[in-house]
Design a protein around this ligand. Structure first.
Ligand code: MG
Length: 166
């Protein structure tokens, strides 16, 4: 039996504004600015969800969790990640690994990466070494460089569940 393996990619953007909470990778990051969004604005989880959905041949995050729905107003994006994992699981897939990158000027993300990976791994039901988060500035160039917004990109590999039993 051939093991199905599929890749996916996701990207998300959010505007930053003062006086909002900054949620990234499932945790709250101390910052004077946070993402403007219908949900908690966790741009990193949103990119990861899109990567997972794309890998499974499903639609995008906005299709399953529309930003016009009151149900998702201010929602914790960890719930969206959990439901996304459920959607791909329903199609018979499990996560092999996720890799991701955040682009933002401030604050520095490095001290929070371990906690992000631990948190998202727990929600997604994977081991901590199956998820990676990297961060970069854009050297003060463009909207991210001016602190106007944040970008997240993610790729993932998924495969059939429990390949050891095939
Ligand atoms: Mg988003």
């Amino acid at each position: 039996m051939t093991l199905r393996q599929r890749i996916g990619q996701g990207i998300d953007f959010h505007r930053l504004d003062t006086g909002r909470e900054l949620w990234l990778g499932g945790i709250k990051i101390p910052s004077p600015k946070g993402c403007v969004a219908h949900s908690d604005g966790d741009v990193l989880i949103h990119a990861i969800c899109d990567a997972l959905l794309g890998a499974a041949g499903l639609r995008d995050i906005g299709f399953y969790f529309p930003d016009t729905s009151d149900e998702f107003m201010g929602i914790d994006s960890k719930i969206l990640l959990s439901r996304t994992v459920g959607l791909i699981s329903d199609k018979g897939y499990r996560i092999v690994n996720i890799d991701s990158t955040l682009c933002l000027e401030d604050p520095k993300i490095s001290p929070f990466i371990s906690e992000m990976c631990k948190t998202m791994a727990q929600v997604a039901g994977i081991t901590i070494d199956a998820i990676a988060v990297k961060a970069t500035t854009t050297e003060k160039m463009g909207f991210t460089g001016r602190g106007e917004g944040v970008v997240a990109m993610a790729v993932c590999l998924i495969s059939d569940k429990m390949p050891e039993n095939i």
